[in-house]
Ligand binder design. Sequence first.
Ligand code: SF4
Ligand code: SF4
Length: 444
Amino acid sequence: MTDMTDRKDPLDARIDAIGPEEIRKALQILSEKIDSRAAAYLNTCVHCGLCADSCHYYLSNGEIESVPAYKLNLLLSAFKRYFTFLGRHAPSLGGAKDLDREKLREWIDSLYGRCSLCGRCTINCSVGIDISRLIRIGRSVLASIDLVPPDLQATVNTALEKGNNMGIPRTEWLETVQWLEEELQQEVRNAAARLPIDQKNARYLYTVNPREPKFFPLSLVATAKIFFAARENWTLASDFYDVTNYGLFSGDDAASGLISSRLLETMKRLQAETLVLGECGHGFNSNRWEAPEWLASKQDIPTISILQVIADYIHQGKIKLDPTRNRKTVTLHDPCNLVRMGGVIEEQRFILKHAVANFVEMYPNREKNFCCGGGGGQLSMSRYASRRLKAGGIKAEQIKKTGARIVVAPCHNCIDQLSELNKEYKLGVEIKTLSEIVAAALVI
Ligand code: SF4
Ligand code: SF4
């Protein structure tokens, strides 16, 4: 017979097992991560409340726990309690709070369960506090004592153990690539068309989100078709080809660094010139901007997004597009990690203006765009799924107002969330990668 303890939520059980040793470790990590800049940020909040209306969680549920400044205050109260004179000697005077099991429960609920690390609050903070970075620091503290929600941790573990976050065996990946090569040859009616694998000294090493070979293989054919049309010297890799890095979301810097370092190893193994990151927002942010910090080293390997590659092909006349082949009205979703955090903003617009007949922006857009709700590891944390879908209602409204029939999202995580929003909010739209739209317009 199963007793109640057996049925307890594993995360709750883990919190209940937290003892003084783990609390000490959590505080040590907090003190290491809160450098002078982070401490200044923490102490700068003037409680103006402006960040509240920037967050899709707060806008969708109106709960105080969803306000970005509230999330910030969780860290601040612990920081004050243990690392300030007043907090140590008279905690009740300055808002200092013990870090205990109940507080940790609150941290998990707010920092993992009410945040997609989208960074929108950061650009709206009246005094410039990097709120999302501090929230990730909070996640790092939780990760250090094994308090990452289990399904998010499982995604990180799979990437570490199997080399890609979906655990696709090497033989399955190679068979898929072979099958997709045949698809490409039929599509372009050319038996010489290739999905090259482990080709040395290529100009571009192209990395993919494992969701592509698993669930959306034709989007990989679309990118291969673009490379074919541009007569590119490119390659895929047989191992360590995964552009994603869920360590960014769990907060575990050691795991994040290890995952990103593998792409760099593949670059060295294949002696490719440039690492090209597939359509994945957080993969771009992780491998382009965060990896040097995780690896504590200068990253001198040229690293760009496939969007930059395609825009360059159009600029240089290497590919020719016929926009009348995409006649339906198209709108664009800006993935937070690619656009607000990553700085790739205009390339996708330039591409769409050449690839579709009718392009309409959603509002707000570019770095002010709302998160779809799928980032921050939310798609991996089933316990917060209903909150995620509710928070995504803001994005659903944005889409509805455009009247577009196709939503382009250059990020597979966003595509998953948008697909769920499509059903939940009966949007009746098609959701596509940018490569699929470009491939449909290619004149070969
Ligand atoms: S990073 Fe995004 S989801 Fe998180 S608190 Fe800020 S606005 Fe909200
Ligand atoms: S906008 Fe900035 S200063 Fe104002 S409450 Fe939010 S975090 Fe604090």
